[in-house]
Design a protein around this ligand. Structure first.
Ligand SMILES: [Zn+2]
Length: 574
């Protein structure tokens, strides 16, 4: 028995390169395997996902991130088995944002109808709600009525509420907190926090985290005897909301271990709040998983908290690229062990079937080159925003029946991902441009039109999509290189960094040329930021009085891509 228990430990200590069997979704590329360092295990170990946004099929065009949710399920089954052999506790957590960003989630009438039941097949231990569960009232209701009940006590919404239309009462969408005991004895108190999100649907309420932590229920929960505090939060680990929850616990428990698993910024990050409180963000779009291990949690001397103030826990963190090689290397006990589990295979098959039924693999055309969202300045022909402003907006959005020349403005955040050379599918339309933002317009003199872009970019940043990651933390494919509180070294796969170029918050099509200041121009923009345009008109032309009307009704930032691809890219062969 003892020998048996040791076997898996010995095997994984030697990370190895091995033959890759084709897995994931049919036909997707696999990365060239590299040697990976074994993971460090602690008393408590956590696998974390965040901001999955429907990418349950994995990245069908990028080998590094090609594992699907079936592979993820197989990986977790083996990791749980390893935890059992090692007699260590293992938690699997998610920090929210299941909607907006992939055909599997968004190609249904109500986003998540097909993808949520697949997501629910993963046995998470704690989950948080994201802002993308709260933009639309029907998604908030679906989350409350269908998603949250599937998880019971594990779906944690300590500061997020919904007005129940039937009872007329305001209630938490999930549970306020959950205390539980793990297999190998770790006693956990868990909470779920959302950052101070403004712009949620009218039927929802987000309570500021710094208010929640003063409430009697929260303070009372801190009196329970536990070994560790776990916060799953749709909140960046460095934001004030995260810090306020850490501080509130620390104020009562001077040395109790606190672990926070955040998200929202779509970056990998790790923060040490003190020697016994840590936060981790796992990335986005099922590109990377977060891994954290913590030892010292069961230190008997720490039962008297004063004894352990300033006594550091032993902590490791790692960001794992989601491909089958990563999963096999870290989870299998020995080389010959079969990776696929029955459950994993079933999930993979279900995803393949769902993608087929939704038609997301249907090819609309052939992209002639790569277009990157943040790899080049947006004036560069390899930039996706360059393609959008130079070709897609003029072709798909500008109303050619109007008598005046037109300038179209969008916020750069409405575009979310790269386009790769080759087949451009229905899935890609959801991946690149998931939001259904409609347009409005006004006819203004050229002297106003020419100053609008500058004015918009000076306005306070109005966020609809996620803030783009900062240049110090993130690069794009072929891989991420992460610099966090423990420095470099958190990335599981070694990657070469690629420069990250920030884009202006707002971009536009070219101004018409050869016009006088008083010549008329149609300016069109997303209704999402009409609240910025109207004051700008007033500022640029105090005497002007412009009528704002809907523009190209029925055509949104989503439709502009299929319209363009079908017309301009359909005749090329990939
Ligand atoms: Zn997100």
């Amino acid at each position: 028995m003892r020998l048996l228990a040791l076997l898996p430990l010995m095997a994984v200590a030697v990370a190895h390169v091995e033959h890759l069997e084709p897995r994931s979704q049919p036909g997707v590329p696999q990365p060239t395997p590299v040697d990976l360092r074994p993971l460090e295990w602690g008393d408590l170990n956590i696998i974390s996902t965040t901001d999955t946004h429907g990418w349950l099929a994995g990245h069908v065009k990028e080998g590094s991130y090609s594992a699907d949710f079936g592979d993820f399920a197989s990986f977790l089954a083996h990791m749980r088995q390893q935890a059992n052999y090692r007699r260590k506790d293992l938690l699997v957590v998610d920090s929210g944002d299941l909607h907006d960003g992939n055909g599997l989630a968004d190609a249904t009438n109500v986003s998540g109808t097909v993808s949520n039941p697949i997501f629910e097949k993963i046995n998470y231990d704690a989950l948080a709600i994201g802002n993308h569960e709260l933009y639309l009232p029907e998604i908030a209701v679906d989350t409350y009525k269908n998603f949250a009940p599937k998880w019971g006590k594990k779906y944690l919404t300590s500061n997020t509420f919904i007005k129940d239309a039937h009872t007329n009462k305001t209630v938490p969408i999930g549970k306020l907190y959950n205390k539980f005991r793990m297999k190998f004895g770790t006693r956990v108190m868990s909470y779920g926090f959302l950052y101070n999100f403004v712009g949620a649907a009218n039927n929802t309420i987000i309570e500021p985290a710094n208010v929640t932590v003063t409430l009697p229920w929260f303070q009372k929960s801190l009196k329970e005897d536990v070994d560790v505090y776990l916060i799953v939060g749709h909140v960046p680990v460095r934001w004030a909301e995260a810090v306020s929850v850490i501080n509130a616990i620390r104020a009562v428990h001077p040395s109790k271990p606190i672990l926070l698993f955040g998200g929202h910024l779509h970056i990998r990050d790790f923060k040490a709040y003190d020697g016994r409180a840590f936060g981790l963000s796992a990335g986005r779009f099922m590109e990377t998983l977060g891994w954290m291990s913590v030892s010292g949690i069961h230190d008997r001397a720490c039962r008297v908290e004063a004894n352990c103030i300033g006594k550091n826990l032993t902590v490791s963190r790692r960001y794992l690229d989601t491909n089958v090689h990563t999963y096999k290397t870290h989870s299998l006990s020995h080389r010959k062990q079969r990776f696929d589990t029955w459950r994993g295979r079933q999930i993979t098959k279900e995803i393949t079937k769902a993608r087929k039924a939704l038609g997301v693999s249907t090819v609309l055309g052939c992209a002639p080159q790569d277009y990157f969202l943040n790899r080049y300045p947006y004036t560069d022909s390899r930039s996706l925003l360059n393609l959008v402003t130079k070709e897609i907006l003029p072709f798909s959005i500008v109303d050619k029946t109007r008598p005046y020349p037109t300038v179209v403005f969008i916020n750069s955040g409405c575009q979310r991902f790269d386009v790769f050379k080759g087949a451009f599918t229905v899935d890609d339309t959801y991946i690149v441009s998931p939001f259904h933002d409609d347009f409005e317009f006004a006819t203004v003199p050229y002297k106003v039109a020419k100053n609008l872009l500058n004015g918009l970019n000076k306005a306070p940043f109005q966020k609809r999509a996620e803030v783009q990651a900062s240049s110090t933390n993130v690069t794009l494919t072929p891989g991420y290189v992460t610099n966090d509180d423990y420095g470099l070294g958190g990335d599981d796969w070694p990657h070469s960094p690629i420069p990250y170029v920030a884009t202006p918050n707002y971009v536009s099509t070219d101004l018409p040329t050869g016009l006088g200041d008083n010549d008329l121009v149609d300016v069109a923009w997303l209704s999402f930021f009409t609240n910025l345009m109207a004051p700008l008109f007033k500022k640029l032309d105090p005497a002007g009085n412009y009528t704002i009307q809907p523009y190209r009704v029925g055509i949104t930032t989503y439709e502009m891509w299929p319209i363009f691809a079908k017309a301009k890219w359909a005749n090329a062969t990939c």
